[in-house]
Design a protein around this ligand. Structure first.
Ligand SMILES: *[C@@H]1O[C@H](CO)[C@@H](O)[C@H](O)[C@H]1NC(C)=O
Ligand SMILES: *[C@@H]1O[C@H](CO)[C@@H](O)[C@H](O)[C@H]1NC(C)=O
Ligand SMILES: *[C@@H]1O[C@H](CO)[C@@H](O)[C@H](O)[C@H]1NC(C)=O
Ligand SMILES: *[C@@H]1O[C@H](CO)[C@@H](O)[C@H](O)[C@H]1NC(C)=O
Ligand SMILES: *[C@@H]1O[C@H](CO)[C@@H](O)[C@H](O)[C@H]1NC(C)=O
Ligand SMILES: CC(=O)N[C@H]1CO[C@H](CO)[C@@H](O)[C@@H]1O
Ligand SMILES: CC(=O)N[C@H]1CO[C@H](CO)[C@@H](O)[C@@H]1O
Length: 708
């Protein structure tokens, strides 16, 4: 099927853009079969039919490609080239395109098959292509040029085809959440090839500050993935521009969608575009990262989503995170430093010739779209080379110190006494930055990439790099304003304690733990034990106190003491609808030596109650298929405001929301639903069950859509 454009001019009869075949060759046919979308550094073919025979010596053919406002050869936003290539160009012209006459062309009949190549250093974006022949200039086409991970000369070149399929072409992914010892995963629909994504992503680039200030320079800089990815990291949040998502870390989420409700990027990007580039409400880190990954993949920069557990936010740049505890549990933050249960960012794949010529820092680069700290006066972060983070090269751009602290900072726990004085009870060099995870290539398994970011905790190299990083770019010398304390040695502990789980904690059931203590003292220790249970946000700030318990016990030498801790569902559930985890902490004081205070903390992430989703694993394109969801209410409470949302790119054109009747205790809900697959290939169906008691329980299933 050919698309013909008829141009009613004397020299040119027809143009054929061969969109379908060209787009297939350029791995863009999933984006569109109606618009010519090519990747730089790779040839595409056009057929021109002239009204007269072609004589290049007498009447040369010149082609002009332009992008952006005020295109210029010196900025690489305009290129003139032709047959023969005798076009006069500026001596400092950048990004010069090439054209060759294919041997199948016939000069006699005036049928020219042109093989055109945008150079691998072209700015990406929308181009107008026109042709000049016998003094007439005619528009040929509007086409889009993207980054090209298949092209060795492109600075986003990724040699392995399996990796390109995962990091550029895969529209589905997995984002890890929870906490380090309760790693949970959610399916995320990147949908980078969904309807209108090219337009949306190019509009996103046009909305950035730099474009408003100096449009010609901004478009010219779009040849560089370092520049483009940094702009995207600023535009995903709306902190200081017309970015995509507004962040919100505490409920209620009036006037918008709770961050946990989202299941994919396309709905967010589409909504942002449709409401005139105003921020969509609301995002938190995994939503920011998921949306950024979609934009990067669409533009052709290989990208993946990364989760870091026990992620530090070192506000005062000293690589120390102070955590304050009180006898009633974790205190509200006194410094802006914090430890997040998990934090999600993305990595983009590109070369870093701006750092060294030898390629040391090429490869994965951290980019963090969640608004946390300003960088060059804007809320953006990265690209920060993962190798620079591993090596502690904190002097390199961009934002390496910030990311280095997220995975490496030391943690100091302080006990705040009733009179306001602070005692240092624990100092931990290993807590921050654990179990760093991303989805595996070509499968849904989790991949632990902690070793990419840091040397093994406790190893000599690890401490050495930490010291070196501090001297390079941190202000360790300056004490925190909070604690004027000097580095004193803590006395060796006599009492040891830990929490153990009696059963896997699940939302809807009572949480049952025990605190196990033993002592190394030769005599019995009289202890005062305060156990507090709090609802927490995933960013480490307390949301509500659930319960406290004070106990007096004597710990006999050489014996274990086990104290049961029960948190009933009836007590915790009302606090958990807007919270992410339960923090159980025990502060233990030796009554005879009150200077000896001990702390044990357990972060409990409740698992969602089970929901079952049944879908055939193979379905036919454009044929009705059906699935089934089953959910049983196991709590002693009627579930109200129940809704079920169905989605999945290629399976549903629009998300599909069903309001459900209230579900009394012990009743089972069974819903059969139809769907009509409209894209072939491996697709993911996502469901989201929401009600007054359980927020956004999700399940997903992959479906292979086959053509007849
Ligand atoms: C050139 O002609 C050959 C033989 O007819 C054909 O197989 C090939 O597809 C043609 N190539 C182009 C670019 O039209
Ligand atoms: C990381 O994973 C290991 C092994 O599964 C686990 O023992 C550890 O507790 C986890 N880290 C955190 C922060 O929970
Ligand atoms: C335990 O908690 C109670 C009540 O909050 C408090 O009065 C007491 O000082 C605490 N004891 C210790 C040892 O922290
Ligand atoms: C991840 O890798 C690190 C370093 O190799 C290791 O210490 C940790 O236990 C691993 N975690 C998991 C969950 O496998
Ligand atoms: C989907 O099914 C087709 C036809 O049975 C098969 O050729 C293809 O390999 C399957 N794809 C996946 C991803 O399972
Ligand atoms: C890279 C390239 O030129 N791809 C295809 C573009 O379309 C023409 C016409 O269908 C094909 O011959 C090319 O192979
Ligand atoms: C693909 C996708 O994002 N689907 C839906 C997930 O849930 C939100 C909130 O209801 C919908 O708006 C999305 O369209």
């Amino acid at each position: 099927m050919f698309l013909y454009i008829f141009v009613f001019l004397s020299v040119l009869k027809e143009v054929d853009l061969h969109i379908k075949t060209n787009n297939t060759e350029h791995h863009t046919s999933e984006i569109s079969e109606e618009q010519l979308i090519v990747r730089r550094g790779q040839p595409f073919t056009l057929t021109l039919k002239l009204t007269q025979p072609f004589n290049p010596d007498l009447h040369p053919l010149t082609i002009i490609a332009v992008t952006g406002e005020n295109p210029s050869e010196n900025l690489g936003t305009k290129s003139c080239f032709g047959i023969p290539d005798s076009v006069k160009r500026s001596p400092s012209a950048k990004a010069v395109w090439k054209v060759e006459l294919h041997k199948n062309s016939s000069s006699l009949t005036g049928v020219l098959i042109l093989t055109i190549t945008p150079p691998a250093v072209s700015p990406i974006g929308e181009y107008e292509l026109s042709v000049k022949h016998r003094e007439e200039e005619t528009s040929l086409a509007t086409l889009v040029v993207l980054f090209n991970p298949w092209c060795p000369d492109d600075s986003v070149f990724l040699p392995d085809e399996k990796e390109r399929q995962e990091y550029v072409m895969n529209e589905h992914g997995t984002i890890y959440k929870g906490s380090g010892n309760y790693i949970s995963s959610m399916s995320w629909d990147f949908g980078q090839f969904e309807e209108n994504m090219v337009k949306i992503c190019l509009t996103l680039l046009d909305m950035n500050h730099k474009h408003f200030k100096e449009p010609a320079k901004d478009v010219s800089a779009r040849c560089d993935p370092i520049y483009v990815s940094r702009v995207i990291s600023a535009m995903i949040n709306s902190e200081d521009d017309r970015g995509v998502l507004e962040g919100r870390w505490t409920g209620p989420f009036y006037g918008g969608v709770a961050p946990s409700h989202w299941n994919g990027s396309h709905a967010i990007l589409k909504h942002w575009y449709n409401i005139g580039c105003h921020p969509v409400k609301y995002g938190q880190c995994w939503v920011f990262a998921g949306v950024m990954c979609s934009v990067m993949r669409l533009l052709g920069i290989p990208c993946r989503v990364i989760t870091n557990y026990q992620s530090a936010h070192d506000n005062n740049r000293n690589l120390i995170i102070d955590v304050y505890h009180a006898d009633y549990g974790v205190r509200a933050k006194e410094s802006k430093d914090s430890v997040w249960n998990f934090h999600v960012w993305v990595e983009g794949w590109m070369r870093r010739p701006d750092l060294t010529k030898d390629g040391t820092y090429d490869g994965w680069q951290v980019l963090d779209p969640t608004p946390q700290e300003m960088s060059d006066g804007v809320f953006c972060c990265g690209p920060a080379s993962v190798k620079a983070i591993l090596n502690g090269d904190t002097h390199l751009k961009y934002d390496v110190p910030f990311v280095f602290a997220e995975v490496n900072a030391d943690c100091v726990d302080w006990l705040v006494k009733a009179d306001g004085s602070k005692v240092k009870i624990f100092s931990d060099t290993k807590r921050i930055g654990q179990n760093i995870s991303t989805k595996y290539i070509g499968s849904n398994k989790r991949w632990n990439i902690t070793d990419n970011y840091k040397h093994r905790e406790g190893s000599e190299t690890e401490r050495e790099i930490f010291k070196q990083a501090i001297t390079r770019d941190f202000s360790r010398g300056e004490k925190d304003s909070e604690n004027g304390e000097t580095e004193e040695k803590l006395p060796p502990p006599e009492v040891f304690m830990r929490f153990e789980e009696v059963s896997k904690p699940m939302d809807g059931k009572d949480v049952s733990l025990r605190l196990v203590l033993h002592s190394e003292s030769s005599v019995a220790r009289p202890l005062s034990i305060n156990i507090s249970v709090q609802a927490m946000k995933y960013n480490g700030s307390p949301a509500a106190n659930i319960q406290t318990e004070v106990k007096e016990e004597t710990l006999e030498p050489g014996k274990e003491l086990s104290i049961p801790v029960l948190v009933p569902f009836s007590v915790y559930h009302k606090h958990m609808v807007e919270s992410d985890n339960i923090k159980v902490s025990a502060v233990v004081t030796d009554k005879e030596k009150p200077e000896n205070t001990y702390l044990a903390v357990d972060n409990v992430v409740l698992q969602d109650p089970p929901i079952s989703l049944t879908v055939p694993s193979e379905v036919k394109l454009y044929r009705e298929a059906s699935g089934e969801v089953v959910f049983t209410n196991l709590v002693d409470k009627t579930l109200t405001d129940c809704t079920l949302t169905l989605s999945g790119s290629g399976l549903f054109r629009e998300e599909f929301e069903v309001k459900l009747p209230d579900l009394p205790p012990n009743r089972r809900l069974r819903i059969k639903f139809p769907f009509f697959p409209h894209k072939a290939g491996k697709k993911t169906l996502i469901i989201d069950f929401d009600c007054s008691t359980f927020r956004d329980i999700k399940a997903s299933h992959t479906v292979n859509v086959t053509e007849d």
